[in-house]
Design a protein around this ligand. Structure first.
Ligand code: NAI
Length: 726
């Protein structure tokens, strides 16, 4: 018999219904059944005069079971359970601690009263999955806190703390000491005062400020997060019903609108990413559960190097205090890891330390960190000019100049200084990890850790596995990613790994080709920005430095011994010392101290010359062609990356592009987007351009995997599913 998902206890006229469904008390079928039964028991017991609903463990409830969204939901539904709670003839008090999210908040709203601990947080994050609260949230919340505040809370998706919840009227009392004792006292007072059930559905909606102007003001407050999104319109629709109709009509409307939200592509895309982000760390042969599933012994058990994959990393040494090294050091210090930052040059070290100091100062200035917390984090970083200082680290990450011989020398020296259990990593963006590891006495403990700039901000971390890399080293790198609260995606050791390969060989190259054919940099940028990218390719290039792209490309092409006659604009800009924002000129020009990209005649002339030299006839190109061609190339190279095994799953590619390259989240990533367009359509459009661009058709040759899947009527998602099942 599985343990009961809801415990039942009775103390002094109060029944306690305690949800005990680890790890986060989702409101899955066993919980719903348990709640319904426990409620019946409490109602049938004449000695019970009030009921408390609480949760066991670190947190209240994380809400509905997202896994249930795509199929039929087992009885009783949340809506039915909430209706019977609300109809209870005895007052019910929700006792909230930790986090109450989504269905967790809706559960609390279905109770008659709510108390919470001072550290509790309550939020309705459904919108982040393209959904509306669908278990009464859009009808009960406005009855408790008013329609305008409800819109703000639902559209922001962010939790409010107990103090704010109390001010809003979302909770009736903050309980200072033991929550259950506090809830008991609250009930005793209620009983003493003859307190009756207070069904939320019977309360009136305060619609003050819920008019056209008020709604517009709130949407504009959240406009950044809502860019390209549509779910907020469904939220407004549901709240409008709440302000105009009775509760039952509202609930019925909410159910219909919630069903519509589940069916939107936006919601499917966001849920796809939600699962993809959680799945990336599952690597066959590395994660024990998966190893078992495929019949191999788990890495943790056979761990030859003495690694315990899950043991926390306490000290990291970062070699090279440049842009990347200082960002990586900050990321580690932010995660509570002690850092030794090493540079061979005193000036290099000074520059890195002042970068770190200014990062923390700006976090304090922006109110993100207190002065004390920033100081605590800064103190975790010690510096050294001596490589020997890396000897004590659990992980050593080198981020020195992009120079093969230099990196090889450093890694092999560090290998000789450290025990076999120290993970050695390179932050290279172009070099082969196998090559870098070759001179080390134990190359199997070398991985690539490809951080993105700024390394303390960007969530993505590509973990590069060479053929020589021990799976346990990959496991260790995944542990580090988790500690850093980053999303670690495992990639193969090939040209540009996952992200840069697709960017350089697909997206950016096509953007430059479009410019040679007649689109201006601002036209390509605004096309991609209206598609949903935060910044178009030319603007991104100017921000990161055109020289960085050029150097990366030169190294990559060297590795593959090839040249690219149509990928020439950024290189020409670099040769003219137009390195982007830092030199006030790149694809655009900039006024000193300003970031606004201004079109530049010099660049227009340069592009015309480059086009003429290549015999390219120029024409006007509309934004839909720009978007389509850039995306088709991105998808096609993505298919190559998948087919070659450099990415394990199409979903991994989506995670890389959303978190490292600004692909619009609500479209799910390039491979999900391809599936949603239909691979047959993608292939047809690819072949359409391929026929038009015969002279450049090296780039316009469809990837074998894209062709196969499209012709067989399968999708990238099918491919992922089939691979994970085999
Ligand atoms: P950087 O030029 O800002 O910093 C390099 C640092 O390494 C300098 O402080 C230098 O003094 C130090 N250094 C050089 N030789 C050394 C040695 N023998 N021992 C210790 N320190 C030494 O370079 P950046 O931009 O930080 O790049 C570092 C690495 O990160 C490169 O491999 C680059 O390809 C990679 N990378 C860069 C990204 C970027 O956006 N800049 C993104 C991802 C990876």
């Amino acid at each position: 018999m599985p343990p009961e998902a809801v415990q039942y206890q009775c103390r002094n006229q109060v029944a306690f219904l305690l949800i005990d469904y680890p790890p986060v008390n989702v409101l899955a079928a066993p919980v719903r059944v348990g709640l319904a039964r426990a409620l019946e028991t409490a109602l049938a017991d004449a000695s019970v005069r009030a009921i408390v609903i609480g949760c066991v463990g670190k947190t209240f409830s994380a809400g509905a079971d997202i896994g249930e969204f795509d199929g039929p939901v087992a009885e009783p539904t949340l809506q039915a359970v909430f209706a019977s709670l609300e109809a209870s003839t005895k007052p019910i008090v929700a006792a909230v601690h930790g986090l109450a999210l989504g269905g967790g908040v809706e559960l609390a709203l279905a109770c008659h009263y709510r108390v919470a601990t001072a550290d509790a947080k309550l939020g309705l994050p459904e919108i982040t999955l393209g959904l509306i609260p669908g278990a009464g949230g859009t009808q009960r919340l406005p009855r408790v806190i008013g329609a305008t505040a409800a819109l703000d809370m639902i559209v922001s998706g962010a939790p409010v703390d107990a103090a704010a919840a109390s001010k809003l009227g979302l909770i009736d009392a903050i309980v200072e000491a033991d929550l259950m004792q506090g809830a008991q006292r609250f009930c005793e007072q209620l009983i003493g005062q003859g307190g009756q059930p207070r069904p939320t559905g019977a309360r009136a909606v305060d619609a003050t400020g819920f008019d056209e102007a008020g709604i517009a003001a709130l949407l504009s407050k959240h406009s950044r997060a809502l860019k390209g999104r549509t779910t907020q319109q469904l939220v407004i629709e549901a709240l409008t019903v709440a302000t105009q109709s009775n509760f039952e009509t509202g609930l019925a409307a909410e159910r219909r609108i919630a069903d519509r939200s589940i069916a939107t592509l936006e919601s499917q895309a966001l849920r796809h990413l939600f699962f993809a982000e959680r799945q990336v760390s599952k690597v066959p042969g590395v994660i024990p559960e998966l190893s078992k599933a495929i019949g191999r012994q788990s890495t943790v058990e056979r761990d030859g190097a003495g690694w315990a994959n899950k043991a926390p990393i306490a000290r990291v040494a970062v070699i090279g205090a440049g842009t990347m090294g200082s960002g990586i050091a900050t990321a580690c210090a932010d995660a509570g890891i002690a850092v030794t930052l090493i540079d061979s040059h005193a000036e290099g070290l000074e520059r890195g330390l002042s970068l770190i100091a200014s990062n923390y100062e700006s976090s304090v200035a922006r109110g993100r960190l207190t002065h004390e917390e920033a100081a605590r984090r800064r103190e975790r970083i010690v510096d050294s000019l001596d490589l020997g200082a890396a000897a004590e680290a659990d992980v050593v990450i080198e981020a020195v100049f992009e120079d093969l011989a230099l990196k090889q020398r450093l890694l092999s020296t560090v290998a000789s200084l450290t025990p076999a259990s120290t993970l050695l990593a390179s932050n290279t963006s172009t070099l082969s990890i196998a090559e870098l590891a070759r001179p080390c006495r134990d190359p199997q403990r070398v991985v690539g850790l490809h951080f993105f700039s700024p390394a303390h901000v960007m969530k993505l971390l590509e973990i590069v596995r060479a053929p020589t890399t021990d799976p346990a080293a990959v496991g260790r790198a995944l542990t580090l990613a988790k500690q850093l609260k980053k999303i670690g995606v495992v990639a193969g050791d090939a040209f540009g790994f996952i992200g840069n390969k697709m960017m350089l060989d697909g997206y950016w190259r096509e953007a430059e080709l479009l410019m040679l054919e007649g689109a201006t940099p601002e036209q390509v940028d605004s096309a991609m920005e209206s598609f949903g990218f935060a910044m178009g390719p030319a603007r991104v290039s100017d921000l990161g430095g055109t020289d960085v792209g050029t150097k990366t490309r030169i190294e990559l092409f060297k590795r593959e011994t090839r040249a690219d006659p149509y990928f020439v604009i950024a290189d020409a800009l670099t040769a003219m010392n137009r390195l982007g924002q830092k030199t006030l000129a790149g694809f655009y020009r900039y006024r000193p101290g300003e970031r606004q990209a201004l079109p530049d005649e010099t660049v227009a002339t340069l592009i015309e010359t480059l086009a003429a030299e290549r015999g390219i006839a120029r024409r006007s190109i509309d934004s839909s062609e720009s978007v389509e061609r850039c995306l088709l190339q991105l998808i096609n190279v993505g298919a190559q990356v998948l087919d070659s095994g450099v990415a394990m799953r199409a979903a991994d590619i989506d995670v890389v592009w959303v978190h490292g390259y600004g692909f619009p989240k609500h479209l799910g990533g390039p491979m999900f987007h391809a599936d949603s367009l239909g691979l047959k359509h993608v292939l047809e459009r690819f072949e359409h351009y391929g026929a038009r661009m015969k002279n450049r058709n090296d780039y316009w040759r469809p990837a074998a995997l894209l062709e196969t899947l499209a012709r067989q009527g399968r999708s990238f998602a099918d491919w992922d599913r089939e691979r994970s099942a085999s």
